[in-house]
Design a protein around this ligand. Structure first.
Ligand code: ADP
Ligand code: MG
Length: 417
């Protein structure tokens, strides 16, 4: 008899229970339903398809945006004794051919590939010959122009349906905006999908805003306290290099990562950071999508992130193991001027404020009391002032003032004052 999802979870991963909506998603997939899962970073999206894939016949095909991510997931599965293949870049034709053969005849449970790989007709033909249990589109927001990482090749995911009509299609992302969800559903032609949105509240991350004219001094102090692992986000390549150098000069184990670093170096640095040989990764937003590192205890934004949404993604890389972690924004007078310029244009109307509020409320939830009770450290007013949101927080009401009007945003945020 087939094992139940719970048995699979405990036999392979040794976990006792499912989190959030994992079980609901898993059951839908087992019943053959399409799924759009909107779960926060670290919410456990991988298990949502890995568990049902093990209970079904055939191979689960996963489209994933980054080679590093593919390798990370395939390694993790292989360590658990699960047969998984990832298609790397730079494979010779006969290597690729052999790997795809394995997927057809070799009893493999997972095939991970990039969307670019999927565009190759040869690859599509071979997928047609596989016994496919389900298709998974990980980081599915990459399909949408409204997402923050639009990737044209992701549009080719729509071909999957033509290769096999019956296996469920499962789209997963941590981006929860309506536009992105609609784009995903339309592009992938999901039919009567189960759409699941989990709470984006991460109760083990303490959020802090540190106002200081001595950012370097603070950075050094915070980094000296890091036990295992941290990420420092900056906005330019030059700054990533400069700060990494500064930390190393102060005997702190650090390296840097940005779009201009060559591929081999990127892989090498990522690996060393994953193994905690480097404690601190100083990076631009080129770093991090989907990387599953459980023990990141600190994420610092040395410069202010360019949107609230990116901030959530990046801060959310802390504390994936559930341990208490911190996300700190370092900010100074110059930042305020910069951000003011940037945000005055995009926050002019009540509609915009409502939209921002929605984003904020999914992350912070409404009750400020929850933060204080959980020893939370967020200086909420400071955070909002950075983003030009003038706020006033009471126990279960968050009020936001835009430049023209005051809206009282209670649970249904409707009343206008
Ligand atoms: P996401 O893709 O949503 O960002 P991951 O799938 O990478 O998140 O999972 C994040 C971490 O949570 C992983 O280390 C994973 O092993 C762990 N995890 C996921 N589900 C559970 C669970 N039910 N119980 C315990 N740990 C879990
Ligand atoms: Mg993931």
């Amino acid at each position: 008899m087939n094992s139940t999802p719970k048995e699979i979870l405990s036999n392979y991963w040794g976990f006792e229970s499912f989190r959030g909506s994992q079980e609901e998603i898993i059951n839908a997939i087992i019943n053959g339903q399409d799924v759009l899962g909107l779960l926060p970073t670290g919410g456990g999206k991988s298990l949502c398809f890995q568990v049902p894939a093990l209970s079904k016949d055939g191979i689960c095909i996963v489209i994933s945006p980054l080679i590093a991510l593919i390798e990370n997931q395939v390694n993790n599965l292989q360590k658990l004794g699960i047969k998984a293949i990832g298609l790397k870049g730079g494979l010779k034709f006969n290597e690729l051919d052999k790997l795809l053969d394995n997927c057809i005849y070799g009893n493999y449970k997972f095939l991970y590939l990039s969307p670019e790989r999927l565009q190759q007709e040869f690859v599509q033909e071979r997928i047609k010959s596989m016994n496919v249990s389900m298709f998974v589109i990980d980081e599915a927001h990459c399909i949408s122009q409204w997402g923050h990482d639009f990737r044209p090749a992701y549009l080719s995911c729509s071909v999957l349906r033509q290769l096999h009509a019956t296996p469920p299609v499962v789209a997963l992302t941590a981006t929860a905006t309506k536009r992105v969800s609609e784009d995903i559903i339309n592009s992938l032609e999901l039919t009567f999908p189960l759409v699941i949105k989990d709470s984006f509240f991460r109760k083990n991350i303490g959020l802090e805003v540190q106002f200081t004219e001595d950012k370097r001094g603070y950075l050094k102090q915070y980094c000296q306290q890091v036990q295992q692992s941290a990420i420092i986000y900056v906005r330019s390549r030059r700054m990533a290099e400069e700060l990494s150098k500064f930390l190393v000069q102060n005997n702190i184990s650090a390296t840097f990562y940005h779009g201009g670093v060559d591929q081999n170096k990127k892989t090498e640095r990522l690996e060393l950071w994953l193994k905690n040989n480097y404690k601190i990764m100083v990076a631009t937003n080129a770093f991090g999508m989907g990387i599953d590192k459980p023990d990141v205890e600190l994420v610092i934004h040395y410069q202010i992130p360019d949107s609230v949404e990116n901030y959530f993604q990046e801060a959310g890389r802390a504390g994936r193991n559930g341990a208490f972690a911190k996300a700190i924004i370092l900010t100074n007078t110059t930042d305020k001027v910069l951000v003011k310029k940037q945000f005055l244009d995009i926050l002019p109307s009540v509609a915009h404020v409502k939209m921002i509020y929605k984003k904020l409320s999914t992350f912070f939830q409404i009750g400020y009391g929850e933060f204080t009770e959980a020893r939370f450290h967020l200086n909420f007013n400071e955070f909002c002032s950075i983003y030009k949101l003038n706020t006033f927080v009471t126990y279960n009401t968050l009020q936001i003032l835009d430049r023209n009007s005051v809206i009282s945003l209670s649970e249904n945020f409707s009343k206008k004052i």
